[in-house]
Design a protein around this ligand. Structure first.
Ligand SMILES: Nc1ncnc2c1ncn2[C@@H]1O[C@H](COP(=O)(O)OP(=O)(O)O)[C@@H](O)[C@H]1O
Ligand SMILES: [Mg+2]
Length: 363
């Protein structure tokens, strides 16, 4: 008996599938039938939520968030404030550029472990760079170098047309709020004593200058922009579901009016249908506010759905880079080919043994 929220995994291994919703089995039958011609609306919804092979911009969830004119004005005004003050902003250079980044850690026996080597990339405004690779391939180390949390041993990160990794934290401060982050489990970065309102009010850059009621208005606007509302103001992060917490993390990221959001495995802890909502939300926010994402995931289906450009990392090195569509239809490196072959995919309408999951099939 195999229990999972991942339909592709279930389809690959099971002879029969039972679909549960709210404590009851709503549909049961042979795998090929359930996945190929689902009878129940809930099963159909689960199938639509799988991001693999769904082109960028396809809606995955049932009720995508819509952003009001007021929310739009609030976030956009934060983005604009000083965009051009430093003579940068709508620059000729891509928003984010990494050049020959390298990070080496020392093992306890003093031998060296190369976490990241010769990684280069660029990210244009309003687009998404997906970084995919197995656990330990160096994805989070790249993210930390971009965020300025880990200094590279060699190479450089440039942001908004200027030096970034070469600066001190104090020198980075004016542009700090232009770069936000969302992690796999935001709980670790929320103070458990704080309410949602406190978490978000704290993230408003000029929150202290606002009156109490204006501040609360802005917090509610942020909550509404991520599909939540004032009912959540007094909640504490621990009492929220994983999907709600991730929305709060996204709202917090938006609070400072960022241009870049570094998303490190943002949906990896979520069920498929909740994952679909969060991916749709990120997509909607990107279009609405011309956000750029550095999007990290070990899940090829997710990366395929969200990315314009892709880097495939293996043991800290880039083994493949290019337009997402090209990498997925015509991977050149054997490692990328094997990753694609190993990824469980949904191939509806066939039986398990002929095979339900077409290992090795190209999307
Ligand atoms: N602070 C650290 N100290 C020592 N080794 C580290 C540290 N952070 C990461 N590493 C090592 O660097 C490599 C890449 O890690 P990471 O960037 O977290 O990979 P990923 O996010 O792709 O799983 C791994 O071998 C990991 O053990
Ligand atoms: Mg990681």
């Amino acid at each position: 008996m195999l229990i999972s929220h991942d339909l592709a995994v279930v389809g690959q291994l099971a002879d029969r599938i039972a679909v549960m919703q709210s404590g009851s089995i709503v549909e049961t039958g042979p795998s090929a039938e359930v996945l190929g011609s689902p009878a129940h609306e809930y099963t159909k919804r689960l199938l639509r939520a799988v991001p693999t092979d769904r082109p960028r911009g396809t809606t995955l969830s049932e009720q995508p968030v819509s952003i009001s004119a007021r929310q739009h004005r609030l976030i956009e005004s934060r983005q604009r404030d000083d965009r051009d003050v430093a003579g940068r902003g709508p620059a000729t250079e891509p928003l984010l550029v990494g050049t020959d980044l390298r990070k080496v850690y020392r093992n306890p026996d003093r031998s060296e472990r190369v976490a990241v080597a010769d990684v280069s990339f660029s990210l244009n405004r309003g687009s998404t760079l997906g970084i995919v690779g197995e656990s330990g391939s160096g994805k989070s180390t790249v993210a930390r170098m971009v965020l300025g949390l880990t200094p590279p041993d060699a190479g450089a990160v440039r942001f908004r047309g200027g030096d970034w990794s070469a600066l001190s934290e104090q020198q980075r401060r004016p542009d700090r709020r232009r770069m936000a982050s969302v992690y796999q489990d935001p709980l670790g970065s929320f103070d458990p004593q704080w309410t949602v309102e406190q978490v978000l009010a704290d993230a408003l850059i000029d929150g202290g200058a606002l009156s109490r009621s204006d501040r609360q208005d802005e917090v509610v606007e942020l909550l509404e922009a991520v599909g939540l509302g004032s009912a959540h103001l007094r909640r504490r992060p621990l009492s929220l579901s994983g999907g709600q917490r991730q929305r709060i993390a996204i709202a917090r990221a938006l609070a400072s009016g960022p241009e870049l959001i570094v998303c490190d495995e943002p949906v990896s802890a979520l069920d498929v249908s909740i994952q679909a909502q969060v991916l749709d939300l990120l997509d909607e926010l990107q279009r609405e506010f011309t956000l750029s994402y550095l999007f990290i995931s070990h899940d090829l289906g997710v990366i395929q759905h969200v990315s314009d450009e892709i880097l495939v990392l293996r043991q800290g090195r880039v083994v493949e880079a290019g337009r997402a569509q090209e990498v997925f239809t015509d991977p050149t490196h054997p490692y990328t080919q094997s990753l694609l072959a190993a990824a469980p995919r949904l191939a509806t309408g066939s039986t398990r043994h002929t095979p339900t999951v077409e290992a090795g099939a190209r999307p």
